[in-house]
Design a protein around this ligand. Structure first.
Ligand code: E4P
Length: 220
């Protein structure tokens, strides 16, 4: 399973990249706004900087803000031309599916975002999306089963032989990461805090303390 970090914060991206286990980055307009990035030129430069930080062969999702086919195609082409890592992130709406089908024909990678149902997942796979982003946390937020949705999509994609990668998004904690892996996700995109949370285990801390204390005693 690939690990993406879900942020536009350059320090978080650097920290995740330095761990040596980072496969890519996802962003969205809210995450860009949170970092105070606004204005077309600044936004495009920020995407380029992210691509340079993560290095070659690591996908970076950049989201279109148009909601019509023509606008999405124009924006998507501009984004894709920025850097070879860029994946055009397109919302799961009618015009978005048309745009994904178009980008697929043009050989441009896509990430279909704002996915909340198995039916939407089928549409995105039919259009040839590279990635599908079901929002686990936001489904959980309304008392539905986010991880159950990943399992359902995995079963359908497996049976139908769809090649779209399931990118579990809206991950909120380390347990979501483990559950997404068990449910068959190909990728998880998560805040840095959720990735760092995977390290935590009290027995690791106790064990390390004891190993170091024993070494000190033996080598005093
Ligand atoms: C995915 O790519 C989305 O941008 C993101 O995971 C949404 O997460 P949130 O529900 O925590 O905002």
């Amino acid at each position: 399973m690939l690990f993406f970090v879900d942020t536009a914060n350059l320090d978080h991206i650097r920290e995740a990249a330095e761990l040596g286990i980072l496969d890519g980055v996802t962003t969205n307009p809210s995450l860009m706004a949170k970092e105070g990035i606004s204005g077309e030129e600044n936004i495009l430069n920020h995407y380029k900087t992210i691509c340079e930080i993560v290095g070659p062969d690591r996908d970076v999702s950049a989201e279109v803000i148009s909601v019509d086919f023509k606008g999405m195609v124009e924006e998507g082409k501009k984004l894709a031309g920025l850097h070879e890592n860029i994946v055009v992130k397109v919302p799961m709406i009618k015009e978005g599916i048309k745009a994904i089908a178009y980008f697929t024909e043009q050989g441009i990678k896509t990430n279909c975002t704002l996915v909340f149902s198995a039916g939407q997942a089928i549409l995105a796979a039919k259009a040839g999306a590279t990635y599908l982003s079901p929002f686990v946390g936001r489904v959980d937020d309304i008392s539905w089963d986010g991880i159950g949705l990943i399992k359902e999509i995995y079963e359908i994609y497996d049976m139908a032989g769809y090649e779209t990668a399931i990118l579990a998004a809206s991950i909120r904690n380390p347990l979501h990461i483990v559950q997404a892996a068990k449910a068959g996700a190909d990728v998880v995109t998560c805040p840095l805090s959720a990735i760092l949370g995977l390290f935590s285990h009290p027995l690791t801390d106790i064990g390390l303390e004891k190993f170091l204390a024993d070494y000190q005693k033996a080598n005093a």
